[in-house]
Design a protein around this ligand. Structure first.
Ligand code: IFM
Length: 470
């Protein structure tokens, strides 16, 4: 990665980035050979997404990517993380590549490189081709193999110009919101399928790492982006400690233990033994695949996760921040209660507490010794456009400032953090919340699709130019 920071708390070469994802920004869902993904199907089911919003047009990045790259360059980004749409690149989920999709992503990457911006490609940000979902989706083992084939195809097409790749974005959400609580596509609600999906996502990651290593130059940097929960027990009561253990098991260690230790932890297996037969689910050789070495771990962080046992929760408000459903996204931990860490909330209702970010970076680096990227961090607020057309968003600027300070604290504490990608470059389709929640540092008028950098974008420009916080 290339950048130019010489601020003492941000190392030279630190990547100053922003992130987006294909379904949230591209639009053009039926153009140039793209076929439906699970999010196309899901967003068109009445009641699944606020206001009936869909990604059909999204913010039309497919047609406006040159303008968007110019905006990134004006901000001064040194890196940009985006995702590839599987159903655009390989319309049926398998078979030959779609050349028109390859043209689009090659043009995007070339535009980035021409502006001195390092591309970071995510292979899977939640948009499984619908054809593969119809055959069982991530609950089916074959999907992991299709994913690895798609990864190889993408790497063959773009590997000469993209050197940093992340396989999956937030597999916890894909598995447990997609197949457990059903608030995300494909909207299934079976805890056993959610656990199966988690294992097959892990397996898909490992197989993809193997496939990418065969295709990409030896200096390629491979990563996965996890939304690890910064879990805190609400009290030291043994039942609350037990609640925290359960959430750490099914929220975090279900990914990090196979990835870095080549095993599923005994306590996770015990917590969920009534739901799946792990011996049948995990085949010989799977854990060796999943634990293939990676070069970077991507952490997506928004807020800490404070938990207690349900019995100890009393009348305190409980909300896991992942949307309302009658079905828990926490198999084996259904009795855990979730509390707000404080009452300083973003528009998502998520508490603002940057210490969860520094704590997570430090503990991940201490435990796994892997270089880290913050692949997402940011906040939604109720932005308003002033009569003169400007968008002043001091709360977002403060959020980003305080979280970057937390990154710098972690670096000062010894963590090897190589970059920061704020979420998100532009306002976009916020999944089940549709266009109601704005995370961008660039405002998008959803009627005209006009982009306007907010004051947070100007602030980020200054940070990048200085190479650190003032
Ligand atoms: O918009 C999402 C993104 O797609 C994945 N991580 C969390 C963001 C905010 O909810």
């Amino acid at each position: 990665m290339t950048t130019g920071s010489n601020h003492p708390s941000f190392p030279r070469g630190f990547a100053w980035g922003a992130a987006t994802a294909a379904y949230q920004i591209e639009g053009a869902v039926a153009e140039d050979g793209r076929t439906p993904s699970i999010w196309d199907t899901f967003s068109h089911v009445p009641g699944k997404v606020a206001n009936g919003d869909t990604g059909d047009t999204a913010i039309d990045h497919y047609h406006r990517f040159r303008e968007d790259v110019r905006t990134m360059a004006e901000i001064g980004l040194t890196a940009y993380r985006f995702s590839l749409s599987w159903s655009r690149l390989r319309p049926t989920g398998r078979g030959p590549a779609n050349e028109r999709a390859l043209d689009f992503y090659r043009a995007l990457v070339d535009e980035l490189l021409d502006h001195g911006i390092t591309p970071v490609a995510t292979l899977y940000h939640w948009d499984l081709p619908q054809e593969l979902e119809d055959e069982g989706g991530w609950a089916d083992r074959d999907t992991a193999y299709h994913f690895a084939d798609y990864a190889a195809l993408a790497a063959r097409a773009l590997g000469d110009r993209v050197s940093t790749w992340t396989t999956l974005n937030e597999p916890w959400c894909s598995a447990f919101l997609g197949y457990g609580s059903g608030v995300h596509a494909p909207g299934r609600t079976d805890p056993a399928d959610a656990l199966r999906a988690a294992h097959h996502l892990n397996l898909g990651h490992g197989l993809a790492v193997g496939a990418l290593r065969e295709v990409l130059p030896t200096d390629a940097q491979l990563a996965v982006s996890l939304n690890l929960h910064a879990v805190r027990p609400r009290t030291t009561h043994p039942d609350d400690l037990e609640a925290a253990r359960r959430i750490e098991a099914v929220g975090n260690r279900i990914f990090t233990s196979p990835l870095f230790k080549g095993r599923y932890d005994d306590d996770l297996l015990a917590d969920t033994a009534h739901l799946v037969k792990w011996d049948a689910l995990v085949h010989a050789g799977d854990l060796a695949e999943i634990s293939r070495p990676i070069d970077l771990l991507g952490l997506n962080y928004y807020n800490p996760t404070v938990v207690s046992s349900a019995a100890n929760a009393g009348d305190l408000p409980r909300n896991d921040g992942h949307g309302a459903s009658a079905h828990s996204p926490w198999p084996g931990a259904e009795d855990v209660a979730f509390h707000l860490a404080n009452d300083r909330l973003t528009a998502m209702g998520w508490p603002i507490d940057p210490t969860g970010l520094s704590d997570s970076l430090l503990s991940l680096y201490r435990e796994f010794g892997v270089p880290l990227l913050v692949t997402e961090n940011g906040a939604a607020f109720e932005d308003t456009v002033a009569p003169d057309g400007t968008v002043h968003d001091p709360e977002r600027t403060a959020y980003l400032h305080d979280h970057l300070a937390a990154v710098s604290d972690a670096i000062a504490g010894g963590a090897d953090v190589r970059g920061y990608f704020l979420w998100s470059l532009m306002d976009n389709f916020e999944w089940a919340y549709g266009y109601e929640k704005r995370f961008g540092i660039v405002h998008v008028d959803y009627d005209t699709l006009v982009r306007t950098p907010k004051t947070s974008a100007r602030w980020y420009s200054d940070v990048i130019r200085r190479g650190g916080l003032a």
